[in-house]
Design a protein around this ligand. Structure first.
Ligand SMILES: C[S@@+](CC[C@H](N)C(=O)[O-])C[C@H]1O[C@@H](n2cnc3c(N)ncnc32)[C@H](O)[C@@H]1O
Length: 262
């Protein structure tokens, strides 16, 4: 049996300084984050697929849901539109400013809280959800434990994706290579304003993304306990339907969610 270890923080890299660097990165990124369709899908089919996925994975509205690392609010706004009571937490004020502006535009009630992932807002919440946060935490195990204290009788939904290719099946790695070759010719706009430094990456046990094995092991080693995993095929289908001819031949990476708790 292959053993999957749960990786912890590496304190020699100076947690506080790196956390500031990561927060500054996302604060700057807030200005352009939504331009990438993978960050903030705009197509109705994709939005509807995400909305249905959230509804399926979470308790029924009006459950109180904490969206950790909420960013510009993709999940929070879909949840609020479905009648959930949403608290959106993020440590980057620029991200929260975008989220609040969009919520106000749409007349949606979302409580925004600026805080680090290891200090979640007081609950109790019926569920904690996150999308694409765990990979960029220096100490994801402590964050998961902290989230459990504010939703002790609730559910955890951790949404990640195999976008970096690390530990991904051969077909996904071939897709990445094919896309990299295609991008040499078409030179798309970058997804982010810059890159993490070597020091930032060195502080992140799951830099570049968790594998599904790692995500399940991480959750099961936390107070959330026994976990299940689901592939988000409706989302992948909706993404694929919006791709141009070359990209639809190449295909898209796997999206999945790890679910634990009640
Ligand atoms: C890749 S973005 C994902 C945003 C959003 N969840 C989404 O699905 O579009 C990562 C987000 O996590 C936030 N973040 C990263 N580390 C954090 C931490 N330690 N505490 C709170 N938020 C954090 C960043 O500010 C950023 O908004």
């Amino acid at each position: 049996m292959r053993r999957i270890s749960v990786r912890g923080m590496r304190p020699e890299h100076g947690e506080a300084g790196v956390t500031d660097d990561i927060r500054d990165f996302w604060d700057i990124d807030a200005a352009t984050y939504d331009r990438s369709p993978s960050h903030y899908p705009q197509r109705p089919q994709e939005q509807a697929a995400w909305a249905a996925t959230l509804r399926r994975l979470l308790p029924e509205p009006p459950a109180a849901v904490l969206d950790m690392g909420a960013g510009t609010g993709f999940l929070s706004l879909l949840l609020a539109a479905q009648g959930y009571q949403v608290t959106a937490a993020d440590f980057a004020p620029g991200m929260l400013a975008r989220l609040k502006a969009k919520a106000a535009d749409r007349g949606l009630a979302v409580e925004a809280v600026q805080t680090d992932a290891v200090h979640p807002p007081a609950g109790p919440f019926d569920a904690v959800v996150e999308r694409h946060l765990a990979w960029t935490l220096p100490d994801p195990a402590s964050a998961l434990a902290a989230w459990h204290t504010v939703a002790p009788a609730g559910r955890l939904v951790l949404i990640e994706g195999s976008w970096s290719g690390r530990g991904a099946p051969t077909v996904d790695r071939l897709r990445l290579r094919a896309r990299a070759v295609a991008d040499l010719i078409r030179r798309p706009a970058p997804d982010h304003h810059g890159h993490y430094t070597a020091q930032m990456n060195a502080a992140l046990p799951y830099r570049g993304g968790l594998t599904p094995d790692e995500a399940v092991a991480l959750v099961e080693a936390s107070p959330w306990g026994r976990a299940r995993i689901e592939r988000l095929r409706d989302v992948e289908w909706a993404v694929t339907e919006g791709l141009g001819p070359l990209d639809s031949l190449i295909g898209t990476h796997a999206r999945w969610a790890v679910i634990a708790g009640r």
